[in-house]
Design a protein around this ligand. Structure first.
Ligand SMILES: NC(=O)C1=CN([C@@H]2O[C@H](COP(=O)(O)OP(=O)(O)OC[C@H]3O[C@@H](n4cnc5c(N)ncnc54)[C@H](OP(=O)(O)O)[C@@H]3O)[C@@H](O)[C@H]2O)C=CC1
Ligand SMILES: O=C(O)C1=N[C@H](C(=O)O)C[C@H](O)C1
Length: 270
């Protein structure tokens, strides 16, 4: 019998952290070894299984990052704040990590790049298979239409999401830009509502909706002359993201070299 993969979850008290705790507890090829919450959170000391699904699993939520030492691989679904410090711990413990946090600032991105010189990291703004397939399709469509297409990305999420546009929208924008030989930061238009806004041909625009409990929806519009393509992906349940994160975690335990990988590497989409 193959040994199960020991997995630790950072951000275990959150919406996604609880989902990963539940999935890791249910899937027989994983063993949950640590559940990390924010220092000062009311959830510290609670059983992570009770918090996730009402069923005790014997792994208490702790703010002690030393608890990560017993894991083969870590999944980080916390928030961007404190990512740089967490990344230092990942280096010290020499653990592979799946980082799923979006809304990173430059310091967060730099910290991940530094950590990836020591440990393998999957950075995934979206761990679903479908979104990563959508990114590949977007790149292909953009390459075929070339610089004739007007491209816009629309995303919709629940009202408690703190970053906008979503990490996935930016990932899709990057794919669209790459498809026609652009770099997204050169052409991204994040605010078409600005008073002095003038549409520039070749720009890629982003629009955001926040409403109710929408789990995650993304549409890429590619509009050329009299026709348009709308590529849409919708997620109905956060378990989709949790399953994808566990898939990435299992992939990292197969002996990867230190560097930043993407979900498309995990899924073999290149
Ligand atoms: N890659 C993907 O597929 C997906 C990515 N995401 C991203 O994952 C992140 C989390 O989303 P979501 O679960 O909805 O957000 P939540 O706010 O529900 O969860 C984040 C959790 O992290 C905790 N936290 C904050 N800082 C730390 C820390 N230093 N150590 C441990 N825990 C910490 C928070 O604690 P407290 O509440 O006490 O502040 C909270 O419980 C977001 O960036 C989101 O965009 C979301 C879905 C899918
Ligand atoms: O915060 C969320 O909920 C989500 N965040 C990710 C993002 O920013 O793209 C992925 C997913 O769409 C849900």
């Amino acid at each position: 019998m193959t040994a199960s993969i020991k997995v630790a979850v950072v951000g275990a008290s959150g919406r996604m952290g609880r989902e990963v705790v539940r999935a890791a507890t249910q899937q027989s090829n994983f063993e949950l070894t640590a559940a990390i919450g924010r220092a000062g959170s009311d959830t510290i000391g609670l059983d992570s299984g009770v918090l996730a699904s009402g069923q005790a699993n014997g792994v208490a939520i702790t703010d002690d990052l030393a608890a990560l030492a017993g894991a083969d691989v870590i999944i980080d679904f916390a928030l961007p704040e404190g990512l740089a410090q967490r990344a230092e711990t990942y280096i010290e413990l020499a653990k592979p990590v799946v980082v799923c946090v979006t809304g990173l600032d430059e310091a967060g991105r730099d910290a991940l790049a530094l950590a990836a010189t020591s440990v393998p990291i999957v950075y995934a703004a979206n761990t679903s298979v479908g979104v990563n397939l959508l990114a590949a399709l977007t790149e292909q469509a953009s390459a075929v239409f070339g610089d004739q297409a007007d491209i816009e990305v629309l995303e919709a999420h629940h009202t408690r999401k703190v970053d906008a546009p979503s990490g996935t929208a930016l990932l899709l924008g990057e794919a669209a830009a790459r498809g026609r030989g652009q770099i997204l930061s050169d052409v991204a238009e994040l605010n078409r509502n600005a008073d002095d806004h003038v549409y520039e041909k070749g720009s890629i625009g982003f629009a955001t909706l926040r409403a109710g409990d929408i789990v995650g929806e993304h549409t890429v519009y590619l509009v050329v002359g009299g026709e348009r393509i709308e590529l849409t992906h919708r997620v109905a349940n956060r378990s989709t993201f949790a399953d994808g994160a566990l898939r990435a975690a299992a992939w990292l335990t197969l002996g990867k070299n230190p560097q930043i990988y993407a979900m498309k590497d995990v899924l073999g989409l290149d």
